[in-house]
Design a binder for this molecule. Structure first.
Ligand SMILES: [Zn+2]
Length: 135
């Protein structure tokens, strides 16, 4: 039986941090604040997967009060969640994600940027838009 989950995440930008989205380093002047690498895209996907399983959210699975997750690569945590999906006999058929950014580099474009998450877990379609784009 198909199960569907919805994830949502928001992080503020902080000057001088690495910007990591979908497990990829994105050239930009600021990065997403967080206890881990702040990869909001991966966090949202993880929450969607956990929700589809009827599990609690990523904050319960990977608490930001736990020092082992300080600076953690979120894509590695996604691997753990994907492992949980598979343990339960699940298979990820599709991931659809939209990134809404307060600021974007002109090189990102205002429509689909064709990013692929750095994992071959599924078909994955990701769009990035900025608040001021006329996409
Ligand atoms: Zn997050």
């Amino acid at each position: 039986m198909p199960k569907i989950g919805i994830g949502y995440d928001i992080h503020r930008l902080e000057a001088g941090r690495r910007l990591v989205l979908g497990g990829l380093d994105i050239p930009f002047s600021a990065g997403l604040f967080g206890h881990s690498d702040g990869d909001a895209l991966v966090h949202a996907v993880m929450d969607a997967l956990l929700g589809a399983l009827g599990e609690s959210d990523i904050g319960a699975h990977f608490p930001d009060t736990d020092p082992q997750y300080k600076g953690a690569r979120s894509i590695g945590l996604l691997d753990e969640v994907v492992g949980l999906v598979r343990e339960r006999g699940g298979e990820i058929a599709n991931v659809d994600a939209v990134i809404v950014a307060e600021e974007t580099e002109s090189t990102w474009g205002s429509k689909s940027v064709g990013w692929r998450m750095d994992r071959p877990t599924s078909r994955c379609r990701i769009f990035a838009i900025s608040w001021d784009s006329q996409a």
